[in-house]
Write a protein that binds this ligand. Structure first.
Ligand code: CA
Length: 159
């Protein structure tokens, strides 16, 4: 015969385990999905996850663009459509979200061109719990301009 104490403690463990699983599944549902990346090429493309299919809910994407020193970054917006007010794309003029924010956009209103003042640009995209849209297609280019950039350009050409 199995002692009553053993059955009780087993039941307790099982309940704790089930509660833990339940907690984990809830967390998995509400935890934002990471996405994004680090881009170091002089030019490139940034697409919302799954583009041209609508993006998912619960996204929390971050892209960092780093081009060679002396170059600014220009973003060309090819297409842009997110849920107005709820799913926003933010641009920061530096290596992370502590840098000055150049803009925060949602819906379909966005400038066609965005420029950084340095060689780093940080982008974040967050979607909430419901309603999606087509997302976005951005093209970026490292622009060589300014004194240092000209020297850099000449120097690279001489090598
Ligand atoms: Ca949404």
């Amino acid at each position: 015969m199995i002692p009553k104490q053993f059955i009780l403690s087993s039941l307790k463990s099982l309940l704790t385990y089930l509660f833990f699983l339940f907690f984990l599944s809830q967390y998995a549902v509400f935890c934002p999905v990471p996405c994004g990346g680090v881009l170091i090429e002089r030019r490139g493309t940034i697409l919302s996850p799954g583009y041209p299919e609508p993006y998912s809910n619960y996204l929390n994407c971050a892209w960092r663009i780093s081009v060679p020193e002396g170059a600014g970054i220009q973003i060309q917006v090819v297409t842009f459509a997110t849920e107005h007010n709820w799913d926003s794309l933010d641009f920061f003029d530096g290596v992370d979200s502590n840098a000055p924010r150049l803009g925060s956009y949602s819906g379909t209103t966005i400038p066609q061109l965005l420029n950084s003042t340095s060689n780093n640009l940080y982008l974040t995209f967050q979607s909430d719990i419901s309603v999606s849209a087509a997302g976005f297609h951005l093209e970026y280019t490292g622009m060589r301009d300014g004194m240092f950039a000209s020297f850099y350009f000449v120097f690279v050409r001489l090598l």
